[in-house]
Design a protein around this ligand. Structure first.
Ligand code: SF4
Ligand SMILES: [Zn+2]
Length: 324
């Protein structure tokens, strides 16, 4: 593991951030519908609304979600209006994710006075998924759950359980905080999904794979229902500095394939590979599309398909370790 020669703290991360994108607090900054395999085993459509609100108070080293945030708390009523805006423009689905570039239960991001109106707008959905920091796991979640007709699921960043890397991510959380949050939510019958980073900074490609797999093991042992593996990206300022210092390199597409197959093979819960911007992790146009399609099918079916064979594979992680 490579250690940085500088202090990683809020000041360091914030000082390297560039300009935010222009956002409108009257509208979500994006919304989309995609297919996802449900815990029931059915493949169903799920909506995601990316809400515009105040930036997350945590300043994780690898996070670029602040790009689409405001510097101020949005007015009461703005978040329900954003949800309404998206819902009237999207097809009806049974499940919805509200992702707010931070923590749904951060009162400075989403005014708690709006929770009732949000719950009413979501009354037709079977499942509502929101994201939240493990350290913000408390009564506020249960109060919101009590307002909902839908089943609530909480998505939380575990990132990595590597004991040297997690503190350097400036997540201001340890693995015990994560486990405590999962267990408390489970005791309240609230399912959780974990975000896990593939090859965070300071790790080699091989270490990145091993620690993503260990992090999946840990998440399932805590009681998480679903893991989403996210290849670590640059693009927030701090990550570019680490890249230039040789402390970070983007993972390869083959590593994501390997970790996805490992997680699905455990059979302990759903494991998804995050395929957004996937071409960034590939350097072969011959096999990229086939690999993307294979991973998409594996996300949907939660089965392991035969690896794609291509002349570019010399030096990649051993694909023969994947089951067919
Ligand atoms: S807690 Fe999540 S949203 Fe907030 S800075 Fe960290 S990764 Fe980004
Ligand atoms: Zn190839």
């Amino acid at each position: 593991m490579n250690l940085p020669g500088f202090n990683i703290d809020n000041k360091f991360v914030i000082s390297l951030r560039g300009k935010k994108n222009k956002v409108d607090a009257g509208k979500p900054y994006a919304y989309l519908v995609e297919k996802e395999r449900m815990p029931s085993g059915h493949i169903e459509e799920i909506s995601t609304i990316f809400l515009t609100n105040k930036a997350c108070p945590f300043t994780c080293l690898m996070c670029d979600l602040w790009h689409h945030t405001t510097d101020y708390t949005v007015a009461k009523g703005a978040i329900p209006a954003q949800i309404e805006y998206a819902l009237t423009r999207m097809p009806q689905t049974k499940h919805i994710k509200l992702y707010n570039s931070g923590n749904f239960f951060d009162a400075k991001a989403i005014p708690p006075g709006d929770h009732g109106a949000i719950a009413s707008l979501l009354s037709a959905f079977d499942t509502v998924i929101v994201e939240n920091h493990p350290k913000m796991t408390d009564r506020r979640i249960f109060d919101f759950r009590d307002k909902l007709k839908s089943k609530l699921q909480i998505a939380m960043g575990l990132e990595t359980i590597h004991p040297g890397v997690l503190p350097l991510l400036n997540k201001q959380m340890n693995v015990d905080d994560f486990e405590k949050a999962v267990r408390l939510l489970l005791s309240q019958d609230i399912l959780t999904r974990a975000f896990i980073l593939l090859r965070p900074p300071f790790l080699s490609e091989e270490e990145g794979i091993v620690w993503a797999q260990k992090s999946i093991d840990f998440a399932f042992n805590c009681g998480v229902e679903c893991c989403a593996v996210i290849p670590t990206r640059s693009g927030n300022g701090a990550m570019e500095v680490l890249e230039s210092e040789g402390l970070f390199e983007s993972p390869q597409i083959a590593s994501l394939e390997q970790v996805q197959a490992y997680g699905i093979g455990l059979g302990k819960g759903r494991v998804f590979a995050d395929l957004w911007d996937l071409e960034h992790f590939s350097n072969c146009s011959l096999c990229f599309e086939k690999r993307r399609m294979r991973m998409e099918m594996m996300n949907l079916e939660q089965m392991i398909y035969a690896p794609i064979v291509c002349s570019c594979q010399v030096g990649e992680p051993d694909q023969n370790q994947l089951k067919t």
